[in-house]
Design a protein around this ligand. Structure first.
Ligand code: PLP
Length: 350
């Protein structure tokens, strides 16, 4: 499908939020009797599923999220899509769903991006094309058991920043008394049910004036886990750069990348370990949330023990380490500097 010559859509790219925008094509493939179909592009954004589908009743469904960005010279780059393919496979294993083969995952993503060329935000607009691959258990069913049929779909939507604000916006988080994931539950995979359970925590956080909930470990409520849709980064006193280790948090592609950049390019001493939040709070100089949607969002303040704790610059300024990491990451994702890690993958437009 050649859309290269098609004009870009007449959108106000710079004012896009993180909302669904209907684009022209989506990719779909189905699984039945142990075999995946070839997959194809379709135009309808609607899905028809059986009323007994396990995705609807028992949350046998999962998803991924990644972005495509336009470079200055007009190329379109994905960021580490192989890791999203792998994570969807890990999630599928946990939910007794068939794995989407890496080849099918990557082809679905690339075809959906290519077919919607005119919807990919231009370089310098501050927007990106968000890609949402997902896998659901379909077909008739009643009892609690895995589906016999599955659908893999990929849709895309142009998006602006997840947290509103100019450039690098400083966010606030509120420690919640709601648990997101049990120690041996599904917190480490991207199951939709994790997010349904978290809606209440986000709602309560917003009532406190925070952008998002911050979770502690469900077993002891001592150790830092993650935010509702992002992992946590901490710049501690003495130059240590720490991220919480837990079996119940999602292994963020963005976080893994930033930790590598912090070590290799900023020469920081990196640690992935349990973080006793209250005890270590005084040692935190800079804090940030990171993820595909959040990119790297500095955390100015956290609501904990019925009060706000402020971080760098009284919670009003972006700390130097987080600013550098944001710049280094986003320059890489937008092709503004050499990709020394081999993380970006060009979607070649034909
Ligand atoms: C719960 C949760 N943690 C972390 C992340 C960040 O992961 P990634 O960097 O792979 O987008 C996300 C977003 O996908 C998420 O939903």
């Amino acid at each position: 499908m050649s859309n290269k010559l098609e004009q870009k859509k007449d959108l106000d790219w710079a004012s896009l939020g993180f909302e669904y925008v209907k684009t022209d094509f989506r990719f779909t493939a189905s699984y039945e009797n142990g075999v995946w179909s070839e997959g194809e592009l379709i135009t309808s954004e609607q899905m028809t599923v059986h009323e007994g589908a396990p995705a609807l009743h028992y949350s046998q469904q999962c998803f991924e999220g990644l972005k495509a960005q336009t470079t200055k010279d007009g190329r379109v780059l994905l960021f580490r899509p192989d890791l999203n393919a792998q994570r969807l496979q890990d999630t599928a294993d946990r939910l007794l769903m068939p794995q989407v083969p890496t080849e099918l995952f990557l082809r679905g993503v690339e075809e959906a991006v290519r077919a919607n060329y005119s919807w990919i935000p231009p370089y310098g607009s501050g927007a990106a094309l968000y890609i949402r691959p997902f896998l659901i258990g379909v077909g008739d069913n009643l009892g609690l058991r895995p589906a016999k049929k599955y659908e893999f779909r990929v849709f895309v939507s142009p998006v602006g920043p997840y947290y509103k604000g100019e450039g690098l916006s400083i966010i606030s988080l509120a420690v919640t008394d709601v648990d997101r994931a049990a120690p041996k539950g599904t917190g480490h995979v991207k199951a939709g049910s994790n997010y349904a359970g978290g809606l209440l925590a986000t709602h309560k956080a917003k009532e406190l004036g925070a952008n998002e909930a911050l979770y502690l470990d469900a077993a002891e409520r001592i150790y830092l886990e993650e935010a509702g849709s992002a992992n946590i980064l901490l710049k501690m006193t003495g130059g240590r750069f720490v991220t919480p280790k837990s079996d119940a948090i999602l292994p963020s592609v963005t976080r893994r990348s930033i930790m590598t950049i912090a070590k290799q390019e900023l020469d920081l001493e990196i640690e992935e370990r349990p973080v006793n939040f209250l005890k270590e709070l005084p040692e935190i100089e800079e804090m940030a949330a990171c993820g595909t949607a959040a990119v790297l969002s500095p955390v100015g303040k956290v609501w904990v023990n019925d009060q706000w704790t402020l971080f760098y610059g009284e919670g009003e300024k972006v700390g130097p380490t987080m600013q550098k990491l944001y710049d280094l990451l986003t320059q890489l994702q937008k092709g503004e500097r050499e990709d020394i890690y081999g993380w970006t993958k060009e979607v070649v437009m034909d």
